[in-house]
Design a protein around this ligand. Structure first.
Ligand SMILES: Cc1ncc(C[n+]2csc(CCOP(=O)(O)OP(=O)(O)O)c2C)c(N)n1
Ligand code: SF4
Length: 250
């Protein structure tokens, strides 16, 4: 019998800590599949931040450096400069990357560090109980915006993929989603592109992934899928915002 679906070698066979319905695990699987397909497992290093991404080392059979509180792009910079033949990726939530570590990611991107950031945008601080993130949608209720986010007091949700795309050092910036098969396939292509950019020494690459947090959105997993489709995608459009095609930056 022909096997049509198997576990990627890079994905460990271990129980998950993610809440049922969370799409963080899909992001892990995509990264694992791309690492397998590019045959880079022995030379890939993952650098997760704080939040629900923190246990990356439990799931991916690669070297991992823990870099809490927004410091993943800085640690990835150091790692890549010391070990330029390795494939280095940061794996960060929106609280970690777009709030706690805003400066780190902007300057690593602006310097054109030859690293990749996988950025999980679920519009909330997930692990710590659902506080407002920079990506929380207007009107979205969180534990710190119980009446809904109001632009007059909390400002507007930040579109990181578009913002980073404006920086000269960025080779590739895309936003994808994880909630339906067709989007998952697009997400995998984006990760493959980002890693390939790094292999080709093109500069900084980032893939923003719209992800569910049904636990802190306080909805069922299926309602979370609808929310992502109907509320997140209209504000955070999917697409490629920058893709360098040659060494035009030299
Ligand atoms: C100095 C410090 N600040 C904050 C925290 C708490 N903390 C842990 S995870 C996290 C944010 C998680 O949010 P996000 O990056 O969006 O990831 P998610 O859990 O949603 O995937 C925070 C603030 C901490 N442990 N220490
Ligand atoms: S708290 Fe949210 S982001 Fe974290 S595992 Fe649960 S659903 Fe996923």
């Amino acid at each position: 019998m022909q096997a049509v679906f198997t576990r990627p070698k890079t994905l460990k066979d271990t129980p998950t800590h993610f809440c049922p319905g969370c799409t963080h695990g899909i992001a892990h699987r995509i990264v694992a599949e791309v690492i397998d397909e590019l045959s880079i497992r022995e030379k890939t290093i993952g650098i997760p931040g704080v939040g629900c991404c923190v246990f990356l080392y439990k799931y991916l059979d690669i070297d991992v450096l823990e870099a809490p509180h927004g410091r993943a792009p800085a640690c990835a910079t150091g790692m890549k400069r010391v070990l330029p033949d390795r494939i280095i990726f940061a794996y960060q939530g929106d609280g970690d990357m777009a709030s706690i570590g805003t400066a780190e990611v902007i300057h690593a991107a602006n310097r054109g560090e030859n690293i990749t950031v996988i950025y999980i945008n679920n519009s909330v601080y997930g692990m710590t109980g659902g506080q407002m993130a920079p990506t929380t949608l207007l009107g979205q209720q969180t534990t710190t915006t119980p009446y809904g986010r109001n632009f007059r007091t909390e400002g507007y949700p930040i579109r990181m993929a578009e913002m980073l795309a404006t920086l000269e050092g960025v080779a590739y910036s895309a936003r994808v989603a994880l909630h339906k098969p067709k989007y998952v396939m697009q997400a995998k292509k984006a990760v493959e592109k980002a890693f390939t950019m790094q292999i080709n020494e093109m500069g900084f690459s980032v893939v923003e992934m719209l992800s569910t947090c049904n636990t802190n959105w306080r909805v069922s997993p299926t309602e979370a899928i609808d929310k992502l489709e109907n509320e997140m995608i209209p504000y955070f459009p999917l697409g490629v915002f920058k893709e360098r095609t040659g060494k035009d930056f030299l």
